[in-house]
Ligand binder design. Structure first.
Ligand code: SF4
Length: 322
């Protein structure tokens, strides 16, 4: 994975690249002499600092989606609420979607400010056992467009992972932007010295979404990121009045269940569409608390249990081999 310093020009090939300091993009860059000498290929010291920081975080889960609009952030918030419903668990939700940070609104903490103390940035707490950090807290206005270049994004991700004072945490959930971009590569690189439990990939049943999920799965394989499993979101619509179920996004190629079977990866479950989910998110409330008996809440809780089981099993396997 290429590392891009914050003072590098837009098309920096990355200091770890064989082209570092040698290609046209490097002309005029203040780091050119250093990069051309090869000295810049040394590993980023932040990786070791992040490793030390993450010793207080038991489980780390990345939430990915092949494309936008499939309910990735909605799933991240429900996973956070679901895990935090056990008040013996300490849960952290980190939103690294630099261009569309929606977690503060969904968690009911929009407009909050991040405080800096001697031990780092303090997360914003939704509940005593549920802390949130998002680029959304750093914007001066809610309507600010976040147009950041790669180096600045990478620098902020590094700061989020290294400088947030999470304290002792059982689960850190990282809500990433859609697709596979610089942000994903940065997160994987910066967490490379820690044990990441794996990625949960969110999709809808349509082939157009599954196509992108296959790319996401390839990305995970390439960067050796374990896949916890796939969640099929917007899987049928259950009318809250008559409970009749209809298919809004028909699974023309068999949906996520078939894809997971074909690719031999775990399928974590289906979450039906429910208009009350969007309303709860807009109001910053937990749908799981507001409508605990709904089909979607039951599905979410099942999936949260499966993810927890995966993390606990993986930890004990890692301990055995250590
Ligand atoms: S000289 Fe180094 S930092 Fe500057 S653009 Fe080239 S590779 Fe990037």
């Amino acid at each position: 994975m290429a590392d891009v310093p914050s003072n590098a020009p837009a098309h920096c090939p990355g200091t770890a690249s064989d082209d570092a300091g040698k290609v046209s993009a490097c002309q005029g860059c203040p780091n050119q002499a250093l990069c051309a000498s090869g000295a810049s290929k040394a590993p980023d010291p932040a990786i070791q600092e992040i490793k030390e920081k993450m010793t207080s975080v038991k489980h780390k889960i990345l939430i990915l989606s092949g494309k936008g609009g499939v309910g990735k952030s909605t799933f991240s918030t429900h996973l956070a609420h679901g895990l935090a419903s056990n008040d013996t668990m300490q849960v952290a939700l980190l939103d690294v979607d630099m261009c569309g940070p929606s977690i503060p609104k969904m968690m009911g903490v929009e407009g909050e400010q991040v405080h800096q103390s001697g031990s780092g940035w303090s997360p914003v707490y939704v509940e005593e056992n549920l802390g949130v950090m998002s680029v959304g807290f750093l914007l001066s206005s809610l309507d600010d467009a976040v147009i950041w270049r790669g180096p600045k994004k990478n620098g902020l991700i590094k700061q989020f992972l290294r400088d947030v004072d999470w304290g002792e945490v059982d689960y850190l959930i990282v809500d990433t932007p859609p697709g596979t971009s610089d942000e994903h590569l940065s997160i994987v690189q910066y967490l490379s010295a820690t044990q990441v439990d794996g990625a949960v990939i969110i999709t809808t049943p349509q082939e157009v979404s599954l196509q992108d999920v296959r790319k996401e799965i390839n990305f995970c394989k390439k960067v050796k990121l374990p896949i916890i499993g796939v969640v099929e979101n917007m899987s049928g619509f259950v009318c809250p009045k008559c409970q009749h179920e209809s298919q809004i996004f028909p699974p023309t190629t068999g949906g996520a269940t078939k894809m997971c079977k074909d690719l031999n990866i775990p399928f974590l479950g289906k979450v039906p569409l429910d208009p009350r989910i969007g309303k709860s998110c807009d109001e910053g409330k937990s749908f799981l608390t507001e409508f605990p008996d709904s089909s979607a809440s039951i599905a979410y809780r099942d999936i949260v249990c499966r993810i927890q089981e995966h993390c606990v099993t993986r930890s004990s396997e890692v301990e055995k081999t250590a």
